[in-house]
Ligand binder design. Structure first.
Ligand code: MN
Ligand code: MN
Length: 465
């Protein structure tokens, strides 16, 4: 048996190991990760929009004993309640043994993802083709959204309040929709545009039909034919688009990536890759010491404003409701609370390594990523977690043998971004970002590692239990 050198021993004692966690992961854990991700892939397929994610999450929680919170009821340790926020955001809570005076443990992920929203008056006809005008939602590289099969999800709400759900393009036998791009042969002028302008916002027009309604005296017959199909299928007229929320998303289903099937490719993993682990963790929690709350929020991709986003009073009022029930001041509860802002970070891409600073970039398969701060231009627009809280999280993760890594969002001044962390921190809560590294973030298909997804779940569970 060869003795380790003094330097090797000293390295072990003093230096951080930054390498694939799969080198030392045991077979059972890797297996568990693969099994966990089968459920995750199903969630991705069933929950492509915030409304669907809200509905699917509540259904799964109800099967596991969660009931709608009722004002005036008294809940005891181990009780499970949820707060549905307009069908687009939701908070799940498992009541702890202690009152919320000592604080609550919050996980917060978002369930909205970048996409193409239909404009309020979307349908038009041009040279005998019918199209939808869109207004993109969130930060996208617009050129990536052309020539990709799309599905249409959302709702029409009629004047009487009735809601008509739409989901078309997901099944093999259903039609899809598409944004067409210019052929390379005639793209000489397009090539001169900057990358952000290769496809412009007003060029993200979705092709939806080409057959005219048979009557040669009228104009606009292709559009009319589409309206007729929609009337027969949904009972809606053109006016009903005004009170609709219709979202074009990539039609592809989640799939394994790689010969070794170690990764997942799917639309909307930012941030369902954290939302699903947060949901599963709160479901698996039994009777925690402190009340555990998992919040799945809307609107993160457009800045978290709006009544279903986390820059609203939603979380504050959820904690407030629980505090009032226990005769505790909400300010005291929030001040003593902790939060994992569960959002993705950018995994280092072998092809685009130069936007990363290698000592502080996260990697696929090194476990869940802890991000002390995000922001841009000198840490603006972020909550920079306190060292004391980072120490708490380190201790928790190491104590439970959870693979994790620290990561920054790219090089200083390479760009930047934000999460919901700062809005929760502004309530007085200790917050840090923790989530899964993602390749091709905000592209129609994003890539993650199964092992990292599972480590995210384990971190959420450890935090809440
Ligand atoms: Mn995100
Ligand atoms: Mn995002």
């Amino acid at each position: 048996m060869s003795e380790k050198s003094a330097a090797a021993l000293l390295k072990e004692k003093l230096c951080m190991q930054r390498k694939s966690a799969l080198l030392s992961a045991d077979e059972k854990t890797v297996n568990d990760a693969f099994v966990f991700c089968e459920g995750y892939k199903k969630f991705l397929d069933d929950a492509k929009t915030e409304r669907e994610a809200n509905e699917v999450s509540i259904a799964l929680a109800k099967e596991n004993g969660f009931v709608p919170y009722v004002e005036g009821e008294t809940y005891k340790a181990g009780d499970r309640v949820y707060f549905d926020n307009h069908g687009k955001a939701v908070a799940f809570a498992v009541i702890g043994k202690e009152t919320v005076e000592k604080g609550v443990n919050i996980t917060a992920a978002h369930i909205d993802s970048p996409r193409l929203d239909l404009k309020p008056n979307p349908l038009y006809e041009e040279i005998d083709l019918a199209l939808f005008k869109t207004h993109y939602y969130g930060g996208i590289k617009k050129y990536q959204w052309t020539a990709v099969p799309m599905a249409l999800h959302g709702v029409f709400v009629k004047k009487d309040g009735s809601v008509i759900k739409v989901c078309i393009g997901e099944n093999d036998d259903e039609p899809k929709f598409i944004v067409n791009d210019l052929l390379p042969h005639l793209a000489q002028e397009q090539y001169k545009r900057s990358v952000g302008e290769v496809i412009r916002g007003e060029e993200l027009n979705v092709l939806v039909g080409s057959m005219p309604f048979k009557d040669d005296k009228e104009s606009g017959l292709v559009k009319l034919n589409i309206l007729n199909i929609l009337y027969e299928k949904y009972g809606i007229t053109e006016h009903d688009f005004l009170s609709a929320e219709l979202e074009c998303v990539p039609a592809a289903k989640a799939c394994d990536i790689g010969f070794d099937r170690s990764m997942i490719g799917a639309y909307g993993q930012d941030d369902r890759v954290c939302a699903y682990p947060a949901l599963r963790a709160i479901i698996d929690v039994k009777t925690p010491e402190k009340t555990a709350i998992a919040i799945l929020a809307d609107k993160e991709e457009i800045g978290s404003d709006g009544n279903t986003g986390l820059n609203s009073a939603f979380l504050k009022y959820v904690v407030g409701d629980l505090a009032r029930m226990q005769g505790v001041e909400v300010s005291v509860a929030l001040r003593n609370s902790k939060c994992l802002s569960a959002d993705v970070n950018a995994a280092t891409d072998p092809t685009f390594q130069d936007v990363m600073e290698r000592n502080n970039a996260c990697h696929i398969n090194r476990g869940v990523c802890v991000t002390k701060y995000t922001g841009a231009r000198g840490k603006s627009g972020t909550s920079d977690a306190n060292a004391e809280y980072v120490a708490y999280v380190r201790n928790m993760l190491d104590g439970a043998n959870i693979s994790w890594q620290s990561g920054e969002l790219g090089k200083v001044d390479a760009g930047g971004g934000g999460t919901v962390a700062m809005y929760i921190a502004n309530l007085g809560v200790d917050v840090i970002d923790l989530g899964v590294p993602v390749l091709s973030m905000h592209a129609p298909i994003e890539t993650t590692s199964k092992y990292d997804v599972y480590m995210c779940y384990r971190a959420m569970y450890e935090f809440c239990k």
